[in-house]
Design a protein around this ligand. Structure first.
Ligand SMILES: [Zn+2]
Length: 112
């Protein structure tokens, strides 16, 4: 959509919580997902925008927040087998969020 800020989300493990590496549960309870971080720093309305997400589709928690922010389209790669093994139920719940929120969810070939 021209004239609108679309958000590009690239998830990479940050060094911010490096000190908590041996305290996995504590670290996981504090770390923001890339989608959450992008929403916090957008600083303008995202109503009607597209979120381009890499290297995996948003989890259910992030999908709900993207919907609440007014995102209307999510573009993400097909999850890898490893991602599906770890995140499968969450990704399925995210797909439910998209359907019920009227969000277009476009999955692209990760090797394209
Ligand atoms: Zn997430």
């Amino acid at each position: 959509m021209l004239g609108k800020l679309n958000i590009l989300i690239y998830s990479e493990q940050e060094l911010l919580f490096k000190k908590l590496d041996k305290q996995r549960e504590t670290k996981l309870s504090l770390v923001l997902h890339a989608e959450e971080n992008a929403l916090l720093f957008a600083r303008q309305s995202l109503d009607g925008c597209t979120a381009y997400v890499w290297p995996m589709p948003p989890c259910s928690r992030c999908a709900a927040k993207l919907a609440q922010a007014g995102i209307r389209r999510v573009v993400a790669p097909q999850p890898s087998g490893e991602q599906m093994a770890r995140w499968g139920p969450s990704l399925e719940l995210a797909a439910w969020v998209y359907r019920h929120a009227g969000i277009e969810f476009a999955q692209v070939d990760r090797d394209a």
